[in-house]
Write a protein that binds this ligand. Structure first.
Ligand code: DO4
Ligand code: MG
Length: 293
């Protein structure tokens, strides 16, 4: 069972999706209200939804205008958590020479993971919203990642898909440019749904698939599995919350393991699909920032 939000004439409506892709409204304002209601009844969110499902009127998901499944107050991201990401970063940092060890090799093996601030609710977009390209970068890619939805204590409440849009040239020029390589308007998307933690027996079995289309032709297709992660998900959450103040509904992106070929860069009008089976397909068109009015 997964939770979505869609736009209704009178505002945003929280809803649940059955395994048959049928949607029914649930009477909570947002995802955290559902969690709080479950906690106050000593139940899981999954139990509450199952009960509502028995009597609820259902509609097909296709006709709905989806939005972010949660207004995540902050999105944080872990980096260099997969070998594939380390290799791609080494290519950037050595201008393709791969002739020396870098700080990416060090962080991949270090006890402390890389965790950085990625986005705020205002910068984060949902399904079908455009993600923007920076106007001062010529090498940009989507980073398809598993997102953990956590509460203020770091308890994992569910899983979503996320896109950590990245500028490989800016990051490769100087690691101190990381915030500029990672954070700008519409540089992060999440969705289309939150898969409840109780519905997932082993998150390491989740697959992450990324497809990129240009003029309706597929120009990239890649896939990986969360079990290729170098670290444990709990370890990433531990370092995020340690001596930090984290808010209910924060999303932690857990790093990328699907990287397009080094010669690839996103173009205006491309379309990105990030699929995590069980969560759904997060689709976003790509728009060049300077064309945005
Ligand atoms: O070191 C820079 C960021 C790495 C990252 O975003 C990732 O591995 O997903
Ligand atoms: Mg990333």
């Amino acid at each position: 069972m997964r939770i979505i939000r869609y736009v209704k004439e009178n505002g945003k409506q929280l809803a649940a999706v059955t395994n048959e892709n049928e949607v029914f409204d649930i009477p909570y304002e947002d995802f955290m209200s559902l969690i709080e209601a479950a906690r106050s009844k000593n139940k899981t969110a999954f139990d509450i939804i199952k009960q509502i499902a028995e009597v609820a009127e259902k509609q097909p998901i296709d006709s709905l205008q989806l939005t972010t499944p949660i207004d995540a107050p902050e999105v944080w991201a872990a980096g260099v958590t997969y070998k594939k990401s380390k290799e791609a970063r080494n290519y950037e940092a050595t201008q393709g020479k791969l002739d020396r060890d870098t700080f990416y090799d060090k962080v991949y093996d270090a006890k402390r993971p890389e965790i950085f601030f990625k986005s705020t609710a205002a910068r984060t977009v949902g399904p079908n919203d455009p993600v923007y390209l920076r106007s001062d970068s010529n090498w940009q890619i989507p980073e398809p990642e598993l997102g953990l939805v956590i509460d203020r204590d770091g308890t994992v409440l569910g899983y979503t898909a996320g896109n950590d849009m990245s500028c490989r040239d800016i990051e490769g020029e100087n690691p101190l440019y990381l915030p500029q390589a990672k954070v700008w308007k519409n540089s992060c998307s999440i969705g289309p749904a939150i898969l409840l933690k109780e519905a997932v027996s082993d998150p390491y079995e989740l697959k992450i698939i990324c497809r990129i289309y240009r003029n309706d032709e597929k120009v990239f297709d890649g896939e990986a599995q969360v079990n290729q992660l170098k670290r444990k998900l709990d370890e990433l959450v531990h370092y995020l919350v340690l001596d930090n103040e984290i808010f209910d509904g924060t999303v932690l992106l857990t790093g990328t393991c699907v990287v397009p070929p080094n010669e690839f860069t996103l173009n205006d009008n491309d379309r990105i699909e990030i699929e995590i089976p069980g969560i759904g397909i997060l689709q976003n068109p790509v728009v060049q920032s300077k064309t945005v009015q």
